[in-house]
Design a protein around this ligand. Structure first.
Ligand code: BES
Ligand code: ZN
Length: 453
């Protein structure tokens, strides 16, 4: 192991330079303008993996390419999957970035750029650990397959059917994913639960074109007003969702679990400051960590209607549209929740407008028993690399394919996140901490030893 660790230590600068090049690809999966960039990014990644001596294939899909890179198989070794995604969230609003999102720069011990921590830097740590084994001629204790996709940020639709089709070659003991967070640079975490998600869009159609609001206003229902009224019904003043049945399947938090979450470091003041809000707000009766990790939510992600340009324009808009996602917790299912939500809006939508409900992507929540043997192995790898026992935590974010690994490959997922709370995932000025990067590589190097035992 010392040879492997020495290799890692001596190559940090090179790894950061490579990561900088990786992050410079504008691989934005949500925007069709970036289709060619997605392909270029996948090809770049594949070429890099080939240089390391991995067996690589880039699979075309109806969406974005999937990169599969495997270590040469050895009889009798256990096989693990390392999952990551090379797609990134849209970088907008661009004016809030201190340096351009796809011209990554190093400042104060971190690499800044869209995708630096979510997720390019995190799976780069695993790739570099494997490189250390391969380049030093140290025998890898396990067979590994890197599965790096390009649609995680838009729901992993192509990967799901890919898993079905490649079930045999992807069969594995467990999946390792670094795409979540850790509380602090020197406090590693094993995440044992993720929230699920259910997405939809709600469109309210009014007149067949924008109308003069002076000539017609007062005699037709304004779709923007109707949309606001409908959405305004969803929460009560205590932060509860009022949609009938929304909480039906939700598993109550156990006393043990609440205690576990209370052990996480948390300062309300620091949290408020980090987010830039005057006060916190959430479902009454739950702590902020419970609210964001273990309770379901209904969030408006985008709201559009009428004139948004310079100056004023007096119209009644023809339509109003909201993009919504709900986070789900164990036992909630996207399809059931979407059905209840649609029924709620149908019931309350006035007949003076036409309502359109467009269901989107979704995935069920995930949970792993932290005492599972693989989880124990992961915890000791984290402890070796960070020099400190990891905390056990849940995360509020979603990784849609994780539940599919369980359903399709019958494999549990180890969530070993490397993103700091202030890494600005999905926000302007996303960054990846270079100290965490180095520790992540060591964690990965140890992990294969621990999992092989
Ligand atoms: N890396 C995140 C997921 C994440 C972040 C989990 C922080 C836990 C803590 C991932 O890239 C992500 O953003 N996923 C999306 C999935 C969605 C678009 C289906 C999410 O959670 O919004
Ligand atoms: Zn993300």
């Amino acid at each position: 192991m010392q040879v492997v660790l020495n290799y890692l230590e001596s190559r940090q600068q090179q790894f950061v330079e490579e990561l900088r090049e990786y992050v410079s690809h504008p691989s934005v999966s949500a925007q069709s303008d970036h289709r060619a960039d997605m392909q270029r990014c996948a090809d770049w990644l594949a070429a890099h993996c080939r240089d390391l001596g991995l067996q690589v294939r880039v699979h075309d899909t109806p969406g974005h390419p999937i990169v599969v890179a495997r270590t040469p198989r050895r009889r009798g070794r256990r096989h693990f999957l390392v999952y990551g995604h090379y797609d990134v969230q849209p970088p907008e609003p661009l004016e809030l970035w201190s340096t351009p999102p796809f011209q990554p720069q190093i400042r104060a011990g971190a690499l800044y750029g869209r995708g630096a921590s979510d997720n390019k830097g995190q799976h780069w740590a695993h790739l570099k650990a494997v490189e250390a084994y391969l380049r030093t001629g140290t025998e890898l204790p396990c067979d590994l397959t890197f599965l790096i996709e390009g649609e995680e940020e838009v729901g992993s639709v192509s990967l799901e059917s890919f898993l079905h089709r490649h079930r045999k070659e992807l069969a594995c003991e467990a999946v390792v994913v670094s795409d979540t967070g850790l509380p602090a640079r020197d406090l590693p975490a094993l995440t044992y639960a993720l929230r699920g998600i259910a997405a939809f869009e709600l469109v309210i159609h009014g007149p067949d074109r924008d109308l003069h609001s002076g000539i017609f206003g007062g005699s037709v229902h304004n779709p923007a007003v109707v949309l606001c009224q409908l959405l305004g019904r969803v929460h009560d003043s205590r932060g509860r969702v009022t949609i009938p049945g929304f909480y039906n399947e939700v598993e109550p938090l156990t006393a043990g679990e609440r205690q576990q979450l209370r052990r996480l470091p948390f300062s309300e003041r620091a949290y408020r400051k980090l987010l830039g809000v005057p006060a916190l707000f959430g479902e009454a009766g739950y702590t902020p960590n419970e609210q964001r990790m273990a309770r379901p939510t209904f969030e408006i992600n985008g709201l559009t209607s009428g004139y948004q340009g310079e100056g004023s324009k007096t119209i009644i808009p023809a339509w109003a549209r909201a993009k919504v996602t709900m986070r789900l917790v164990p036992r909630q299912r996207p399809a059931t929740i979407l059905r209840r939500v649609r029924a709620f809006f149908r019931k309350h939508c006035p007949r003076s407008v036409r309502m359109e409900f467009i269901p989107g992507h979704g995935c069920a929540p995930y949970r792993l028993d932290p005492a599972h043997p693989w989880a124990r192995a992961a915890r000791s790898a984290l402890e070796r690399a960070f020099g400190r026992k990891p905390v056990l935590m849940r995360e509020g974010g979603s990784i849609p394919i994780v539940i599919r690994f369980k359903e399709i490959l019958r494999a549990e997922t180890l969530l070993l996140g490397l993103a700091l709370p202030d890494d600005n995932a999905h926000s302007p000025n996303e960054k990846f901490d270079l100290e965490v990067f180095a520790r992540g590589q060591r964690m990965s190097a140890w992990l294969w030893q621990e999992l092989a035992r």
